[in-house]
Design a protein around this ligand. Sequence first.
Ligand SMILES: [Fe+2]
Length: 245
Amino acid sequence: MKIAILSDVHSNGDALAAVARELDAHRVERIYHLGDLAGYGAEPERCVQWARERTSGGILGNHDAVACGKSEGERFNAPALVAARWSAGRLSPSSRAYLGSLPDRLAVEEAFLLVHGSPSDPDRYLFTLDDAVEELDSLAADPRVRIAFFGHTHVPAAVIRRRDGSTVSVSPSETVLKDGETALFNPGSVGQPRDRNPEASFLVFDTRSRKASWLRTPYDIEASMRKILEAGLPRFFATRLAEGT
Ligand SMILES: [Fe+2]
């Protein structure tokens, strides 16, 4: 079965629509999201509605937590908090309730764990190999978990623990997980990529062949930028889309 993992959509309806068309073309059977549907961009309701209709499950992101009233956003910088609160005011009661119902972690297909930041802490940013090693050590306690999918950094990543116990970082392009290996995979961000590639990023995983493929999709970035500016949201959230930062 082919599953798609999407993360950090961040109210970018144009990026999400382009990715949705790609998922149809790839005949993906199930879609999961890793949180941060809301925040930063101008179309939170469109993105949450899509997730409610199309995904088989998802995770609460830190921006979603502010948008649905579960968190005050104490750790947010000022512009991010402005956008998350703006999202809150644009969500329907049912979409806020949906965000409020999302868990911090979700096990799917009995072999995969979905989290926002990291398995140990939803707010932890996993950027370094040392951090990934710690998380893989803690995952070893549950032998059923083959892969933990995480987001939050907006940067695609793939860290694999080999059968000999070594841990390696591999290029997040295409990789096949072998017997006895475990991994941390980040699909990158649909709506606000930060790896200097402005195209929407997501991941498709084939549960039978265990092949993970990171995909990029161009979308109408100008339209997204215009909507952010017209909404009066911080200008930086528009310009960074064009730069992929
Ligand atoms: Fe995010």
